[in-house]
Design a protein around this ligand. Structure first.
Ligand code: SAM
Length: 257
């Protein structure tokens, strides 16, 4: 741990080290091997959401790559170079084992996605699927993504919906009551398990993106389909009943000016 590392990076690394020990390589590999790109709790197909640019021949960075299945999907779709950044060595070890087995040639870097140390203007796409998009401070990671992108490059990310976060109790499932104010919404400290994530409202997020030099291209709110069933992992807090009425997640797409 570097002396300048924020406290939440340490807490979240410990949390993800534990999650990694429970989530086997076989689970990670089955995500790597998915043929269709899908997003979030309800495996909503990219063909429906439509947020990904054509990655053929492009340089991609995944911020908070975890076991790097999104990175693997994009490399298999023809990205030239895919760099995955994560703070948790155990997650990167899983990604490295799978990369070695599948021979994709991903580059996996241990770093805080808020300050990666990677060079300026080196990528055409910065992507985050429940990575930096929720675990990092948006006032830091979005400017960092802008720094890493070339002019005209895309930023694509998946996060929880603000409404879901406002209706989530400290423990237990999301309900139909507003439980926390949106005013001042930013850092969320959860005690069980001990982890920290971040959420800001839409107005703040648009301002952060514009301030970092992005033009907003799309915001897709994701609902559960009629036949959705409880998710084995995210089901601990999000139910299909809730997400048929309100968006559980959001996908954002922006372009660096
Ligand atoms: C839900 S996983 C990401 C899922 C990912 N799309 C995959 O393919 O596995 C969240 C990841 O974010 C990482 N993370 C949390 N805080 C981070 C930070 N400050 N910088 C980089 N990665 C971070 C965690 O270590 C964890 O591996």
């Amino acid at each position: 741990m570097s002396p300048s590392e924020p406290d939440y990076v340490r807490l979240n690394r410990a949390h993800w080290t534990k999650v990694n020990a429970e989530y086997t390589d076989a689970n990670a590999e089955s995500a790597w091997n998915e043929q269709e790109i899908t997003w979030g709790t309800w495996n909503t197909p990219e063909t429906e959401v439509g947020v990904l640019p054509d990655v053929r021949g492009k340089d991609v960075v995944e911020l908070g790559c975890g076991t790097a299945y999104v990175a693997a999907w994009l490399k298999r779709r023809g990205a030239r170079r895919v760099v995955g950044v994560d703070i948790t060595p155990a997650q990167l070890d899983t990604a490295r084992r799978l990369d070695k087995k599948q021979g994709l040639g991903l580059e996996l870097v241990e770093a805080n996605a808020e300050a990666t140390g990677l060079p300026d203007s080196a990528f055409d796409l910065a992507i985050s699927e429940y990575g930096a998009s929720i675990w990092c401070d948006p006032y830091k990671w979005i400017p960092e993504a802008a720094r890493l992108l070339r002019s005209g490059g895309d930023l694509v990310f998946l996060r929880n919906s603000t409404l879901a976060v406002l209706c989530t109790p400290n423990e237990g499932k999301v309900g139909d009551r507003l439980l926390r104010p949106q005013r001042g919404l930013h850092r969320l400290d959860w005690t069980d398990p001990s982890e920290v994530d971040f959420q800001v409202g839409h107005g703040d997020l648009v301002r952060i993106m514009r301030g970092a030099g992005f033009e907003l291209l799309d915001l897709v709110e994701i609902y559960a389909p009629d036949d959705a069933v409880q998710h084995p992992y995210y089901g601990e807090y999000m139910t299909p009943e809730w997400a048929r009425k309100w968006p559980s997640e959001e996908m954002w797409r922006a372009r660096k000016r």
